[in-house]
Design a protein around this ligand. Structure first.
Ligand code: GMT
Length: 376
């Protein structure tokens, strides 16, 4: 199949899912066209089936806001015609489903039917899309998609609760490529850069937005390091990062916390990690938790949104109510205190992650694409 994928090309989960999906589809022989404003961070172009088409938005001083949707829908129409693309898969409803619908309409005018699959990822529904200024357009674009998927049952329920949706929503969870999880043995071991032999390594990875409750991570770690030798790896960047750095200084734990910023060494960091913290206000799924589990890392998370669908309480880690940092620290210590328990949780985390192996999830998308193409 010839498929166009529209996504945010950033470090965020929706962009990662879209890119990994496209790359795996390309490996399976499909022709994949990424159409977005810059090259997706995880996109390696050394694949004969992968194309990247940049959407350029010229700066014009008259405009207070540059019209990205307009440029995107034009680019979609041009690329669909040029490469005879058969299907459009947009990730994140805002504004991609909206621009996709416009492209569909323009193509229809020329006698071309382009089926559109929209995948809802979370904040496009729970935080941003639900805003009264966007809601009408978001509802419209979801209803005008030929097929809609959501990354968890919880997100599906939220979407149906918050919007007047007439379409069926199919749940296709986030996935992980387990085969990838081997560290090149020629790379010298750098665990020593992060921690001493006797210290447990605890990690958080995100875009440091408010929804991630970054101060809770510091509070949980503060309690852990009072009981056992430990270091905290903070990976990623975003608006809450500086506040977290100050908090570490206030608590006097700055020497035990490393702020990496956006890192391309996530796999290596996770391979040395003993515990992952994700105390988010909400997560439609929690791809970061799954990525950690795929490296046999147990997870301490909240029980909000789709997190209970990926982190199983008492098995791959523990779940607590939002903001209950005392309980999260206690649970973390239960896992970290002795090596036998830690190893049991590590083993369980990996076996839960295996349920989300790309080999199991990707055929669900392929099946949906066939259905969408055959619809016209
Ligand atoms: O929250 C993020 O880190 C980014 C965000 C995004 O839109 O890219 O992630 C959302 O999509 C991911 C992939 O489907 C999910 O795993 C995340 O849980 C979801 N984030 C939220 O719901 C807050």
């Amino acid at each position: 199949m010839k498929i166009a994928i529209v996504c945010y090309p950033t470090f965020g989960g929706s962009g990662v899912v879209a890119t990994e999906l496209g790359l795996e589809l390309a490996r399976r022989g499909h022709e994949i066209h990424f159409i977005t404003y810059s090259q997706p961070v995880r996109l390696a172009l050394l694949n004969p089936n992968v194309y990247y088409h940049e959407v350029n938005v010229p700066e014009y001083p008259l405009f207070h806001f540059q019209p990205y949707e307009l440029a995107l829908s034009s680019k979609l129409v041009d690329m669909v015609k040029l490469y005879k693309i058969e299907l459009l898969h947009v990730h994140y409803a805002i504004p991609h489903a909206y621009a996709g619908y416009m492209a569909k309409q323009m193509l229809k005018d020329e006698g071309i039917n382009l089926p559109m699959v929209t995948t809802l990822h979370g904040t496009d529904i729970t935080l941003v899309g639900n805003h009264p200024f966007y809601k009408t357009a978001v509802t419209f674009s979801i209803n005008k998609s030929d097929f809609v998927t959501s990354v968890s049952q919880s997100l599906k329920e939220d979407t149906l609760k918050l919007f007047n949706i007439k379409n069926d929503i199919q749940v296709i969870p986030n996935f992980i490529e387990l085969d990838k999880n081997t560290i090149d043995p020629s790379i010298s071991c750098r665990r020593s850069v992060m921690a001493n032999e006797n210290e447990r390594i605890i990690t958080h990875i995100s875009n440091f937005r408010k929804v991630k409750r970054i101060p809770d991570i510091i509070k949980i770690f503060y309690k852990i390091q009072q009981q056992i030798p430990a270091k905290l790896m903070m990976v990623g960047d975003g608006p809450e990062k500086e506040k977290a750095e100050f908090l570490c200084h206030e608590l006097g734990i700055q020497d035990k916390v490393i702020f990496f910023g956006n890192s391309n060494e996530i796999d290596k960091i996770l391979s040395y990690t003993d515990l992952f913290l994700l105390p988010s206000e909400t997560e439609s799924f929690g791809l970061a938790a799954l990525e950690a589990m795929a490296w046999s890392v147990p997870v301490i998370s909240t029980n909000s949104g789709g997190l209970p669908e990926v982190n199983f309480d008492g098995i791959s880690g523990y779940l607590s109510d939002i903001g209950n940092t005392d309980e999260m620290a206690e649970n973390a210590l239960k896992i970290l205190n002795d090596t036998t328990t830690l190893n049991k949780f590590k083993k369980n985390a990996l076996s839960v992650a295996k349920q989300f192996d790309i080999e199991k999830i990707l055929p669900l998308y392929e099946e949906l694409y066939h259905k969408a193409i055959n619809k016209f």
